[in-house]
Design a protein around this ligand. Structure first.
Ligand code: C5P
Length: 397
């Protein structure tokens, strides 16, 4: 708990409040955090690189390029960090962050980051009050960044008012509280979660296949949300071109139902929770033609054979796993979903109906009803990320 082993990327920009940063770095290090300091070129006028590198026990980065002809990778720095803290954040650096003006290593690193961002602004009285600053702070909040508000007091200009950077103890406590509450919400920590997603493609010949309109968005959202709850996720995906963000997701790409089946059973035994969100093709061509099939006759018949039902096989082999399936029905939806829950030996089934506008295949939103053997719960239309949170919330419960 706390800051122990947490990786903090500290961006120091060029304001007088930078003199307080030495104490902040000291405090972080005392609490066993790893701190990488990155300075804007102007910050060097206010605080010594040598002091900061001694306190943080790491070299300080400022420029893209080093003297020995190598470069500092903003991507590596951004991906290393668990959080980025910009303190002090000047009006100039704030404006560049909000508008993506990427003229130094600090901004390039900020723009490459996927981790939470904290901003501790520090400005003189009028600058902090200016509508431009207010608007930029609002935009930063809108991006999801957390502002550690400036405080009242004497300012470097001799004026008295709002604009002083929050004290190092306040900043340190804010970051510590963030990690404490994040760890508190890690309700799937230590759990292995297996998720299938996307369509499957069943080859007919070297150029054609049988597939479906599944986008994979629901399964990918479930994987991201499970990872946020601390789970170790294996995501087995059919052919879709979606990206994943979390470091805790091991993605395995497959094409056909048969390949998905084989991949699933490499991981199933070790899973605590398995969620089958893939739209697996029920049938595949009996034979895959070696050469492209020519259009000779007016009619063409393709013989199909049944694919393995991956979820049903998971139900049969179930030991400790909490098993969740999806149902997409066009008629007798609730009855079919409940029957499927029993027939496939599931613990939970998520029904999404094609009758609901903006729900189901391809859309960014979904509307679901969740059934267990002795409960049912309706949810309103929401983004697939929010639906993923609801489903995982029910699983955790
Ligand atoms: O029986 P039906 O195909 O409607 O069941 C849908 C559920 O079963 C989904 O969770 C889907 O991922 C899973 N399924 C599967 N293997 C199949 C067909 C469906 O895992 N061959």
């Amino acid at each position: 708990m706390g800051l122990s082993e947490k990786k903090i990327l500290l961006i120091v920009s060029g304001g007088i409040a930078a003199y307080k940063i030495n104490n902040l770095v000291r405090d972080f290090i005392k609490k066993n955090a790893e701190v990488q300091v990155l300075m804007t070129p102007n910050a060097e006028h206010f605080v010594s690189k040598l002091t900061l590198s001694t306190l943080s026990k790491k070299p300080i980065f400022t420029d893209f390029f080093t003297e020995n002809g190598t470069w500092n990778s903003h991507i590596e720095l951004a991906h290393w960090a668990d959080v980025i803290l910009v303190a002090p954040c000047t009006a100039n650096t704030l404006a560049k962050m909000v508008h993506g003006i990427c003229d130094n290593l600090a901004i390039a690193t900020y723009l490459s980051a996927k981790c939470p961002i904290f901003i501790a602004p520090a400005m003189d009285l009028e600058m902090y009050q200016h509508p431009s600053t207010k608007q930029n702070l609002e935009s930063a909040q809108h991006f999801g960044h957390q502002i550690i508000p400036a405080e009242h007091g004497e300012l470097a200009s001799g004026l008295f008012g709002l604009g002083r950077m929050a004290e190092p103890e306040t900043i340190s406590k804010t970051i510590e509280n963030f990690f404490n509450s994040a760890e508190h919400s890690q309700k799937l920590k230590g759990k292995n979660v297996l998720i299938t997603a996307g369509p499957t493609y069943e080859s007919i010949d070297p150029v054609r296949f049988i597939g479906n309109h599944s986008s994979g968005k629901m399964g990918f959202a479930l994987a991201e949300e499970a990872a946020k709850l601390g789970a170790k996720v294996v995501l087995i995906s059919g052919p879709v071109s979606l990206n994943i963000n979390s470091k805790n997701i091991d993605i395995q790409k497959v094409t056909s139902a048969k390949e998905m089946f084989d991949e699933v059973f490499k991981h199933y035994e070790n899973s605590d929770i398995a969620i089958a969100a893939a739209a697996v093709s029920d049938y595949a061509p009996k034979e895959i033609a070696r050469e492209k099939i020519k259009k000779n006759d007016d009619n063409f018949t393709l013989e199909l054979v049944k694919n393995p039902d991956i979820l049903k096989a998971m139900g049969e082999k179930k030991t400790k796993q909490f098993l969740v399936g999806f149902a997409l029905e066009t008629e007798n939806e609730e009855q079919n979903a409940k029957e499927k829950l029993i027939r496939k030996n599931l613990d939970m089934i998520v029904l999404n109906s094609l009758r609901d506008e903006n729900a189901g295949f391809g859309n960014d939103t979904n509307k679901v009803k969740i059934f267990t053997k002795n409960s049912e719960k309706d949810f309103p239309l929401k983004s697939k990320t929010e639906v993923a949170k609801d489903i995982l919330g029910e699983i955790v419960r």
